[in-house]
Every structure is written in C-alpha cells, then in structure tokens.
Write a protein that binds this ligand. Structure first.
Ligand SMILES: Nc1ncnc2c1ncn2[C@@H]1O[C@H](COP(=O)(O)OP(=O)(O)O)[C@@H](O)[C@H]1O
Ligand SMILES: CCCC(=O)OP(=O)(O)O
Length: 374
C-alpha cells in the first residue's frame, strides 16, 4: 500500500532567530532562518510579547515563498519551559498553553513554539504538536543536588538538538545511541553541555539562567557571592539582574553584540578584547566538557560540537585542542531541530506512536520527585 504524504510546518523559535521548515514527509522542501536583531527583540518586555511579531514574520515568509498553508497536515513547534517531562511528541493542549504563557519554568523563546504552532494550526483546523521540549528531564538524582537544598539543579537544555545529533554521531560510529556514552555541547544563543549515558542525558547545565559556560547572550555560572552583593547594592532592579543573566550576559555584556560572526570580524580587524572574550567562551565550553567526562567516569565514545557557534572554525578548533584527549570530536554545525520536529510529528501522524498528553501532574505521584533538594 502506498504511504500517505504528509506536509508539516515546523517552527523553532530561538533566542536570536526563528527557524521554520516545511516538510513533505521526511523531505525538507523549504527552510529559512529568520534572524532577529537585538533591536527587534529588545522592543518587547517579555518574550511572550514577541508572539505577534514572530507569527507575522513566519506567515509573511511563507506567503513570500509562495507556500500554500492550507495544504499543511500539522504544525509542530519547539517546546518550551513546561513542567519537567519525559521526551516524546505531545499534543498542544490548554494546560500546555497556560504553562507556556506564564513561563512555568521561566522565560525562553521556545515558549512561543507551542503557542505559534497552536495558533496557526487552529486557523487551519489541523493538529499542533511539540517534540522533546527544553525541559526533558533524565537527570540522575546525584546531579540534582546543588549544595543549597532550596535550589536543586534543573534539566533545562537543547534536548531536541542534543538528542538528534547524538543519534547522528551514533550512526557514524555504527552503534545505537543507547549503546554509547557521549558528551554533546550545543552552542547557540545559549550553550548547554550534556552527558549522554546510554541514551539518557544524566547531567547537563541549566543553559537558561542557571549555570555553565557563558554564551552569546547569557552569563552562565557567575561568582555567587558577588552576584548577591550586586542584587542588593540598590543599583539594579530584579528585572535588570535577570537581564544580566539572560539577554544581556556573555558576549552581549562584554562586546555589545550577540553575533559571533560580528565578533569574528572584529577579531580579524585586530580587536584584542573581542579575541580575549571569544576565547574565554570557548575555554568555558571545553571546561564543561571536561566536567561531563567525569560524570561518565572517563568512558566517553565521542564529543559532539553543534549549534550556530560550531560554524566558527577557530572557535571549534580552540575547544577541540583542549578536549580531544578525552574522545574523538564530531562537529555538526547548526542544528537538526527542524527535521527532529518533523520526524516526531510524522511518527504520530503515521500512528507509529501515540501523541502524549501534557497534564498538570502536581497532584500525582512522582511530580515532586524533582522537588526541592533532599
Ligand atoms: N557561520 C557562522 N560562524 C560563526 N558563528 C555563527 C555562524 N552562523 C551563526 N553563528 C552564531 O551562532 C549564534 C546563534 O546560534 P543559533 O544556534 O542559530 O542560535 P539560537 O537558535 O539559539 O538563536 C550567533 O552568535 C551567531 O552569530
Ligand atoms: C533553554 C535552553 C535552550 C536554549 O538555550 O535555547 P537557545 O540557545 O535557542 O536560546
């Protein structure tokens, strides 16, 4: 029997871009990265306020490219800061929209993914999904203990792309993802480094506002005592402090740009500060990879460098030089998120797996297993 054709729109809102793709089954027939300047984004107080702007840009782009949206069978968005959940494809439902709107686990552009998918799908009377949102949580209990019981560590990371590129590396190694130990560093607007043990991400830095390397727009781990002093010195509001960690941290704070491409240009022109800060970012990524190698007891089958920053050859070289003694380094610039979203949607449309329902598990067993400390 001939397989039915499905046409899917996938939407991936990142901190500095909105990536969209149109898939005919597994084949990508259109793809575009719409980059948003800092000026465009910073006009909005909350990320949720960018919703109308990003929706308009998506619809205008599809219209300009002559893509007939009435032919879509489903829309899939990158999932955001929901409650911690297992990986998979989820229906966008009312509970999910509510949690995305309030930013249940914080503010991030991916909160817009499910909402944009839902809005566009509802107008077309087709289903909306999310796949492997940033709150996929497979962390081991030992990794949750931070040192302050009220502040457990959280699993907030580029789950979709980390899992997609880990599978790609496994294919190159002729093994299954579940057989391998891998360290994956996703390096985009935010940077997360995950220890993948036999198909589970058992430790990873909270790439949003918690910890890890600084990134084009995030502070990463900062000296905690000095941060407290800064919070209470009377000069900064809570909002100001949040912006220092997310949005105005990292490259933005030191160099007033979140564009690694621009930083590379400045370095070429002899800008010493740009060079020093860019190297420091690579240094911090390498250091985090080293830390994750201890999580895996030094048994590492491969290190994967991915995300927009992995296009930067000098940047990648700097990291590789420091970590290649741990394991072979695989470089997959950009990300595989669009195809991962399409594949997750296809598995459901083809009835290969059921779509999961997102529910508020607050009253159910197991929810508080990720609760405060011990
Ligand atoms: N060819 C390139 N060389 C170096 N850096 C790049 C290149 N392309 C994109 N980048 C940088 O990657 C970062 C964005 O990565 P990306 O994964 O697209 O981010 P996000 O999806 O989180 O918005 C930006 O700093 C951008 O300048
Ligand atoms: C919240 C973790 C995922 C993340 O940081 O994504 P971006 O790099 O796209 O902002």
């Amino acid at each position: 029997m001939q397989q039915r054709n499905f046409r899917i729109l996938v939407i991936n809102p990142g901190s500095t871009s909105t990536k969209i793709g149109v898939f005919e089954n597994e084949q990508c027939i259109f793809e575009k990265t719409i980059r948003h300047s800092h000026e465009d984004i910073s006009r909005y107080r909350r990320i949720m306020d960018q919703y109308g702007f990003r929706k308009q840009v998506i619809l205008e782009t599809l219209d300009y490219e002559g893509i007939n949206i009435s032919k879509f069978d489903a829309v899939c968005g990158r999932g955001g800061l929901l409650r911690p959940i297992e990986g998979g494809t989820y229906h966008v439902n009312e509970q999910m929209i509510e949690d995305l709107k309030i930013g249940f686990n914080g503010e991030h552009a991916s909160n817009l993914g499910g909402i944009l998918a839902h809005e566009i799908a509802t107008g077309l009377n087709i289903p909306a999904f999310i796949v492997d949102p940033v709150v996929v949580d497979e962390m081991e209990e030992i990794a949750r203990i931070s040192g302050v019981p009220e502040i457990p560590r959280k699993s907030i990371f580029h789950a979709l792309n980390q899992k997609a590129v880990a599978r790609k590396a496994a294919r190159e190694l002729n093994r299954s993802y579940e057989q391998l130990n891998l360290i994956v560093a996703h390096m985009g607007g935010g940077i997360t480094v995950g220890a993948h043990r036999h198909g589970k991400v058992v430790d990873v830095n909270n790439g949003l506002d918690g910890e890890g390397p600084f990134s084009p727009e995030r502070a990463g781990t900062v000296p905690a005592g000095d941060l407290i002093e800064m919070c209470f010195n009377g000069k900064f509001s809570r909002e100001d402090m949040k912006k220092k960690l997310v949005g105005h941290g990292g490259l933005m704070a030191y160099l007033n740009t979140n564009s690694a491409l621009e930083v590379e240009e400045r370095i070429k022109k002899g800008d010493e500060t740009a060079s020093q800060v860019y190297e420091a970012m690579a240094y911090q990524v390498a250091k985090e990879i080293g830390a994750m190698s201890t999580v895996l007891h030094g048994k590492v089958d491969g290190i994967v460098l991915t995300g927009g920053l992995a296009y930067g050859q000098e940047f990648v070289h700097f990291i590789s030089e420091r970590v290649k003694w741990i394991a072979d380094v695989f470089i997959y610039p950009g990300e595989n998120e669009l195809i991962a979203l399409a594949e997750g949607t296809l598995r459901v449309l083809r009835n290969e797996e059921p779509a999961k329902e997102y529910i508020n598990q607050d009253d159910q067993e197991g929810v508080d297993e990720h609760g405060p400390g011990l």
